[in-house]
Design a protein around this ligand. Structure first.
Ligand code: ADP
Ligand code: MG
Length: 245
């Protein structure tokens, strides 16, 4: 078995007594692409909120490599190598695609601790490569506000990739995308999982099938089923609570 990059044990959070995530164990391996599915309100987004430090768990542990994330705050978690994409794309609409990618490039500190910038042409090369990968090579000078909803989703993924996260969490990345954009996104995710781990929450089963290896099904904050797409699709409990509708 490959090494685990993320190890979630007994994770629970309650909001005024209501357990949105309830005693969840969830393990992700290095280089794995994991899909998380489940009905609305299953606790999928809340799970990501706790991994990235947005929501504090009531109990349980979240180990990322040797770090306990539940004891860290959001920016420390980001800097440790965990990227998070929220459901709605958040890009800087007034900036160009190039500028959006540029500001996401991690700033380095020199040996004296002051901020310095890498050679401009080196960064430009990195930005162009990134834009190419997210299908926006021809839009580098376009203001992000003028992009389609799907292109904004890609741009935000590109902004996260500029920081080279080891673990990337994506919440409904194909929401609002055309079928063609969904296919390209599947291609993108299949490619970027080499060398990093991805956790992808998604509702669109056609899309999930294009990227699925192991699938986790959540229901009422708990693990309902886990396995290959074929296994979870054939699971009686999954059909009853989710896929059958
Ligand atoms: P999913 O992403 O699977 O659709 P969520 O994680 O968004 O589900 O929500 C799980 C449940 O927790 C829902 O019933 C939701 O209303 C509730 N919930 C999520 N966040 C909060 C919060 N901050 N306060 C109260 N209830 C919340
Ligand atoms: Mg959600």
């Amino acid at each position: 078995m490959a090494a685990l990059i993320l190890q979630v044990d007994g994770l629970t959070v309650s909001f005024d007594g209501f357990k949105a995530v309830d005693g969840l164990d969830f393990y992700v391996e290095q280089d794995e692409l994991r899909c998380v599915i489940g009905p609305n309100g299953a606790g999928k987004t809340t799970l990501l909120d706790m991994i990235c430090g947005k929501t504090k768990p009531s109990s349980g542990t979240i180990k990322f490599r040797n770090l306990e994330l539940s004891e860290m705050i959001e920016y420390q978690i980001t800097r440790a190598g965990v990227g998070r994409k929220f459901q709605n794309p958040s890009v800087y609409e007034d900036l160009t695609v190039f500028e959006n990618l540029e500001i996401s490039y991690p700033k380095k500190r020199n040996v004296f601790g002051s901020l310095f910038f890498r050679r401009t042409d080196e960064i430009a090369g990195r930005i162009e490569t990134q834009a190419e990968q997210i299908f926006l090579r021809d839009q580098l000078r376009t203001k992000a506000g003028l992009l389609s909803h799907g292109q904004k989703q890609w741009l935000e993924i590109g902004m996260l990739l500029m920081q080279e996260p080891e673990l990337l969490l994506l919440d409904e990345p194909v929401a609002g995308m055309s079928p063609r954009e969904r296919e390209l996104t599947a291609e993108l995710l299949n490619k970027i999982t080499a060398g990093r781990s991805l956790v992808v929450i998604e509702h669109d089963m056609t899309f999930v099938r294009m990227i699925a290896r192991k699938v986790t099904v959540l229901h009422q904050g708990k693990l309902l089923a886990e396995g290959t797409m074929d296994e979870v699709q054939a699971d009686e409990r999954v059909i009853e609570t989710y896929l059958g509708h």
